[in-house]
Design a protein around this ligand. Structure first.
Ligand SMILES: [Zn+2]
Length: 381
């Protein structure tokens, strides 16, 4: 949508402090977005996410399309209403999951034929279909349908993959522009003060293009330039954190960022560890998402100011200290390492919940601190 990003302050290193103005929320950036694959950030209730300060969460198009189905969600008023999440949301295009989860997939210029990982049922996803599903789900931000190039990939393979992604980006954008007003909440958001958007502005979803090109700098540049020409509402860098060394991830991000328009949001998909998200935010990335804080939590791995902590360790059996002495999240204020270890060992459901809450608090806390640093000494939160 027009003017969906306010750039408030820029640092010499390229870091950006901004605001993403979306129909359901003005999101302070740089921002970390917890991943809510199936309409839930695993093991963490929505009210807790709110109290942790999460402003925008992800939903996965492929998963929600298969279950409960996008038409059912549309009939219930969209994903925000269905899961009772009033703040901002973003849906991916389904491309990544189709390529990594679905069986027997066959890719043609038209789209991807695949079998569901749930029941083996057959489906066909095209850029147009992905956009239709994302409009029905009604997240504030949709993503163009792309092919995530695997790592390592030969140059010829990366070129072919990029050709497909660019053609699908064009088709995604054309279809989105023709149908974006069909989003379930469109009429409801026309009238201020229901919406915090400026009177007269169009309360539609945003569509981001996705830069691919494997680990080839010139292909990454070509991809970015062609997407910018198409004029998306924002730009993502995809196909990273797919097994490549971290220096390469950083190199690709550094190559692409200067080519993207300063007045549009920039999103690096699927990263990363706590030190990575801080680094990329300081380089000028506005948005990031990753399953790591919640997935690692369910396996007993906590991210703390003292480094990574495997709560299963025997040495915590009678440890009366908080998970992270420097953290003031609701878990660290109340529970001990010994208790978290006991829950994990006993296979208690509360284990995943408490570990996830702390890890998310840690990630969101990093971004809060980075935003403060990037504010240039001003009064921005
Ligand atoms: Zn904590």
């Amino acid at each position: 949508m027009e003017d969906n990003f306010n750039l408030l302050h820029t640092t010499e290193a390229g870091g950006r402090r901004g605001q993403l103005v979306l129909p359901h929320r003005t999101v302070e950036t740089p921002v970390f977005m917890p991943v809510g694959t199936l309409g839930t950030v695993k093991a963490v209730p929505q009210d807790v996410l709110e109290s942790l300060g999460a402003e925008i969460i992800l939903g996965n198009t492929y998963h929600l399309y298969l279950r409960p189905g996008h038409e059912a969600i549309r009939r219930m008023g969209g994903l925000h209403k269905f899961i009772s999440w009033p703040r901002a949301m973003l849906t991916d295009s389904g491309g990544f999951q189709v390529f990594s989860l679905a069986a027997l997939r066959k890719v043609t210029d038209e789209g991807v034929r695949f079998q569901s990982h749930l029941d083996g049922s057959r489906h066909f996803f095209t850029p147009e279909h992905s956009i239709d599903v994302q409009i029905a789900l009604g997240a504030d931000i949709c993503m163009a349908f792309d092919e995530c190039t695997e790592y390592p990939a030969e140059r010829s393979r990366a070129e072919e993959s990029l050709r497909l992604t660019m053609a699908w980006a064009r088709r995604s954008l054309d279809h989105f522009r023709a149908h974006c007003h069909e989003v379930p909440w469109y009429d409801e958001f026309q009238v201020p003060p229901v919406s915090h958007l400026r009177p007269g502005s169009d309360p539609r979803q945003s569509l981001f293009g996705i830069v691919q090109g494997g680990m080839y700098r010139d292909l990454r540049r070509e991809s970015a330039e062609r997407l910018v020409e198409m004029d998306f509402d924002g730009y993502a860098i995809g196909g990273l954190s797919v097994g490549e060394p971290r220096e390469l991830t950083m190199e690709m991000i550094a190559e692409v960022l200067p080519l993207l328009p300063a007045d549009k949001p920039r999103y690096v998909m699927g990263v990363g560890y706590p030190d990575e998200i801080e680094l990329y935010a300081r380089m000028g990335v506005d948005m990031m998402d990753c399953v790591l804080p919640t997935r690692a939590a369910r396996h007993g791995l906590l991210f703390t100011s003292e480094g990574r902590l495997n709560i299963k360790g025997k040495k915590f059996a009678e440890d009366q200290g908080p998970p992270d002495p420097a953290c003031d999240c609701m878990v660290c204020r109340r529970y001990t390492r010994a208790y978290l270890r006991h829950l994990m060992h006993s296979g208690e459901a509360l284990s995943g919940t408490l570990n996830s809450i702390h890890n998310l608090a840690y990630y969101l806390g990093i971004m809060r601190r980075v935003r403060k640093d990037l504010s240039g000494g001003g009064q921005l939160a």
